[in-house]
Design a protein around this ligand. Sequence first.
Ligand code: SF4
Ligand code: SF4
Length: 396
Amino acid sequence: MTDKRSLTERLNPEIREFLVEMGAEDVFKCYQCGKCSSVCPWFQVGTYDFPVYRLPLEAALGMLASSEDKDELAAEVDKIYRCVGCDACVDQCPHGVDIPSILRAARRILVDYGSYPEALKDVVGRTRDTGNPMGGPAEKRLDWARRLDVPAYEPGMDYLFFSCCLSSYDPRITDVSAAIATILKAAGVSFGVLESADKCCSEAIRRVGAEDVFLENAAANLGAMADAGVTRVLVNSPHCYTAFKNEYPESNARFEVVHITELLADLIRGGRIQPAAEFPRRVVYHDPCTLGRQNGVYEAPREVLRSVPALQLLEVPEFNRRFSLCCGAGSGALWVEWEKEERIAAIRLNQLAATGADVIAVACPYCQQMLEETAKSTAVEIEVLDVAEILAASLE
Ligand code: SF4
Ligand code: SF4
């Protein structure tokens, strides 16, 4: 049974006020021009009707996440959790409407009521209980660092290296942390890790709507960093980057945040790293939404790749830099399974493979996992490597 009430009957000022209170201040700015719909990744997928331009209006009317009908609410929940937070719509909107924030406000309501996807409930639960979305034991978080004799951070070191959860626990992506450690040692950069068990930055958890878990983990990380006297944090995940740089300051964080590709480009410019070994492959760079569109870091990763001898750098025509298509993993979507024909990652993978590249270079663990898994499941023959892994190979 779907909700048979008329539109007027369904207007809900209380929900609208609640949404605004939760951070959806932009609900009244939309003038329904529709520009956001054409840049949304769901427009590329085409098999799922995601009504992007209607979302601010639905929120302004108090209709988002408001249905009392079970089936209709289930469809609402599915819709609200389709957004991957890529900010393509924000970038294009003439009135500066932040649709992902509107949806995040709706998600906060749904999380409060326990009406959100089961897979995400598990992820939120694991992050609350263990400090990371995979549920890995805290004492194993730094195993990758111990294997490489990376010391504990001490004041006076150049950087605290904060390795994201995927590159701390996922056996494939710990290779990226290892590559980073190897390069930094070769360049004579002093760095250490946070021995007092750092927790997930929780950027994705916040976008799922679990604000309390985000705030708890942010406070724990900020406390541990302050106790250790950290002044500069080096991250490999754009999600940690945006959390620390743009969101933790809401809680008065006091440190500089650097993405690994920015530091690597600097080290190459300064002659502290000299890539020598040839990497004779055709490499296409995939801009992560959170590093590129959301934080303006487009050139540093390309600069690193261009410095590698014999590497041929390719671009996805039109869909690069601020027009890059999301890998489909943001805002919790990494942990949600959609139907095969509805996967944003498959569309992006095909765009990247169509350049004739044999390697996709990434600068984000989420993109790496999403594109690598999708390549395996769709039998597209292309390797997915982090920029740091490619650079480390050229130093050997
Ligand atoms: S582009 Fe902005 S103003 Fe236009 S419909 Fe989308 S949200 Fe509304
Ligand atoms: S953030 Fe990306 S996925 Fe979400 S509505 Fe905007 S364009 Fe679509």
